[in-house]
Design a binder for this molecule. Structure first.
Ligand SMILES: [Zn+2]
Length: 162
């Protein structure tokens, strides 16, 4: 995969200081910490290590990542690893993507009762999938599926069924 011509870190390095100066009153210490993390992510500032190919001996320096959960570079890596792990689990069968959403009116209730509401969502969506798929008018089959909770915070929970 080709590297993008510009990264968020390039923008932060080029304009971050003036942005902070102009907006200091509105920025929290978390914002400042994030900007610093993005700026330094995978640079010599965070240290690194030397990788060497066990076959040809070629060496390359790998700089450490910032691991900030809001860093696009770090989260892209985490997302790619997660996707690769899910792809490795795929069977050679047809897949269908189904989305269940909570009504916006339940957002506050869900935020205050995450475990209960998300558990109910997983149970209700699983029961719905199993019932509809088993119905001869639709698929007439017992199905397997993987449920993933996608929240606005990008935190992902899984609940496998088969
Ligand atoms: Zn990072």
């Amino acid at each position: 995969m080709n590297a993008p011509p510009f990264e968020v870190a390039d923008i932060v390095r080029a304009a971050g200081k003036s942005f902070v100066e102009k907006n200091r009153s509105r920025l929290t210490w978390q914002h400042l910490r994030l900007l610093r993390a993005i700026e330094r992510c995978r640079t010599a500032a965070l240290g690194g290590h030397l990788d060497q190919c066990s076959r040809c001996g070629q060496q390359a320096i790998s700089y450490n990542s910032c691991r900030n959960r809001h860093c696009a570079k770090c989260q892209t890596n985490a997302r790619d690893k997660w996707l690769a792990a899910r792809e490795a689990e795929l069977l050679d069968v047809r897949y269908v993507h189904v989305v269940f959403t909570l009504p916006h009116e339940l957002s506050q209730l869900a935020l205050a009762n995450k475990r209960i509401v998300y558990d109910l969502l997983f149970r209700a969506s699983a029961a719905t999938l199993l019932e509809i798929a088993a119905d001869r008018k639709h698929l007439g089959a017992r199905i397997g599926f993987l449920s993933v909770l996608h929240t606005w915070g990008q935190n992902v929970l899984q609940n496998p069924h088969s």
